[in-house]
Write a protein that binds this ligand. Structure first.
Ligand SMILES: C[S@@+](CC[C@H](N)C(=O)[O-])C[C@H]1O[C@@H](n2cnc3c(N)ncnc32)[C@H](O)[C@@H]1O
Length: 272
């Protein structure tokens, strides 16, 4: 919609009027009235989005990304599709698993997954880990994952506050995975999580986080976190950035890490 609104602004008024005349002749009144409604509504929607964006930047309102809203929304989500509604294609998912998960996650050890949802990535993580703990702000996700993976004997799930890891022991984690979660968490809460990564990571532990990069400017219910802010806040806490990318090429095909210019950042806690 954004593209359509921006592109049509470049057409001068007299051309728009002659285009409207052709449209009326070729499509009739009902179609044209519907088009006019769509045209006006999309312009209004674009202006409303810009106003919301301004409010977030000027007054730091949390938008759709507060802990309370994340909890309320994800506790009422219908998890029957298992989170696969966010998988654009099977080849994309295979590439994320092979290039990102297998490529950067160490084998064995204790894995922490933040926001497992209905376990779209959890089964794969459990297969590689010695043990996995999933922390999610939503009690319904914890229930779904416990039912799906509890019998493996390798996985436990707990409800978290949404910005700390108080249930996780200090220096106990070898690797962290979080996909499609930090895209929804505002910077202030990401900063608190990053403090916790420092506490719970063992020296040398790896973190892999999928997150937003443009502070919500492209929509998609993304948080105010930007790419620069994410890299800065990790570096400030002493983490080394291993890689940070919007797209990657696997077996000859280039894939986006996500929609709305999302990024995957891989970071490491230095050896003591
Ligand atoms: C879009 S779903 C993604 C679920 C899963 N990771 C996947 O990729 O299918 C977002 C998940 O993040 C969780 N979540 C949202 N905010 C969170 C927070 N502040 N801390 C922990 N989990 C959070 C939600 O409860 C939900 O499980």
């Amino acid at each position: 919609m954004k593209d359509i609104v921006e592109n049509r602004r470049r057409i001068p008024l007299e051309k728009k009027l002659s285009i409207a005349a052709i449209m009326l002749r070729e499509n009739g009144v009902i179609w044209c009235a519907s088009f006019a409604t769509y045209y006006a509504a999309s312009t209004l929607a674009q202006q409303a989005f810009a106003l919301m964006d301004r409010q977030r930047r000027l007054y730091a309102v949390p938008g759709m990304n507060s802990r309370a809203l994340n909890k309320a929304i994800w506790e009422s989500w219908d998890w029957n599709a298992g989170g696969e509604e966010w998988t654009p294609s099977e080849p994309w998912k295979k590439a994320i698993i092979e290039y990102v998960l297998h490529g950067f996650m160490p084998k064995g050890g204790r894995v922490l997954e933040i926001g497992p949802g209905a376990g779209r990535w959890t089964g794969e993580l459990i297969q590689r880990a010695d043990a996995l703990t999933g922390v999610d702000i939503s009690a319904s996700c914890v229930e779904v994952c416990t039912e799906k993976f509890g019998s493996t004997g390798k996985a436990t799930f707990m409800v978290g506050s949404g910005h700390d890891l108080s249930g996780i022991e200090t220096a106990s984690v070898d690797a962290l995975w979080s996909f499609d979660v930090f895209v929804h968490i505002n910077q202030a809460e990401v900063e608190r999580y990053a403090d916790e990564f420092n506490r719970v990571f063992k020296p040398g532990a790896i973190g892999i986080i999928h997150h937003g990069s443009v502070g919500g400017a492209r929509g998609g219910w993304r948080s105010n976190l930007t790419h620069e802010a994410m890299l800065d806040l990790l570096k400030k806490r002493g983490f080394d950035i291993v890689d940070s990318f919007k797209e990657f090429t696997h077996e000859g095909t280039t894939h986006q890490t996500g929609l709305y210019e999302d990024v995957i950042t891989v970071f490491r806690k230095p050896m003591a």
